[in-house]
Design a protein around this ligand. Structure first.
Ligand SMILES: [Zn+2]
Length: 240
């Protein structure tokens, strides 16, 4: 498997809408918020770097492999809501096939509820047929726990060796974002700002804005908007 992770970037067009790019190549556009763009660019990056294919299996994984898979998943999916789904997906996965709590066959995941009354099955690939996806998509950033379980399985199937290579590739991709933002001027500065904000380092984000010349005001505006999106997403999660 090719262990190359494309560089993610989020930019704004002249109408103030956001678009996303991988290695500078535009992937999708017209996002109203940086938050939506972030969710999309993370998913696109995962699809391109790792793929979405899953072998039909009820394979069991060691805790070491599952921990690595989770670490890699966190490096791809950076929104809190998605990470909550990943944690739920990991819980399902840790219960193991021997408990018959979940089964997977190609694109179908069957999940047995804890009560053991009746199992439910969902078609899962880029999306899932469960009601979370239709009714509560905003709570999990577009990734329900079944989709998260599938992502973790795709990763876990790679095994520890390949997952470690993938972690290295993710680190390289992050370095390329930083180099790009600092050397190629503003084009990827937003990606760097987003990385700082996601790490809770508002001071760093503001420092980047202050050093970006003519774009400083636009980037400060972006910071405020990005934080607003994060607050709104949290508020929705709390009230639901
Ligand atoms: Zn689902």
């Amino acid at each position: 498997m090719d262990m190359y992770v494309p560089r993610r970037s989020i930019r704004r067009d002249s109408d103030g809408l956001f678009f996303i790019a991988l290695d500078g190549l535009e992937m999708a556009s017209d996002f109203d918020s940086a938050y939506e763009a972030r969710l999309e660019v993370d998913a696109a990056c995962f699809a391109q770097a790792v793929g979405l294919e899953l072998r039909s299996t009820q394979q069991e994984f060691t805790n070491k492999v599952l921990d690595l898979a989770m670490q890699v998943a966190h490096a791809f999916f950076r929104a809190d809501e998605v990470r909550k789904s990943l944690a739920k997906g990991l819980d399902l996965l840790r219960q193991g096939p021997e408990d018959k709590r979940w089964f997977i066959d190609g694109q179908t995941i069957k999940v047995m509820p804890a009560s053991g009354k009746s199992s439910k099955s969902y078609q899962v690939r880029e999306t899932c047929t469960c009601k979370d996806v239709y009714i509560r998509a905003h709570l999990h950033g577009g990734m329900c726990k079944h989709m998260a379980l599938r992502v973790l399985m795709i990763l876990a199937q790679m095994g520890a060796g390949e997952l470690n290579h993938l972690l290295d590739a993710l680190d390289d991709a992050q370095q390329r974002v930083i180099a790009s933002a600092e050397q190629e001027e503003e084009q990827d500065i937003l990606a760097l700002v987003v990385a700082a904000l996601d790490a809770g380092d508002t001071a760093r984000a503001e420092e980047i804005a202050a050093n970006s010349g003519n774009d400083a005001d636009g980037i400060r505006e972006f910071i405020v908007m990005y934080q607003q999106c994060a607050v709104e997403a949290e508020a929705e999660a709390v009230t639901a």
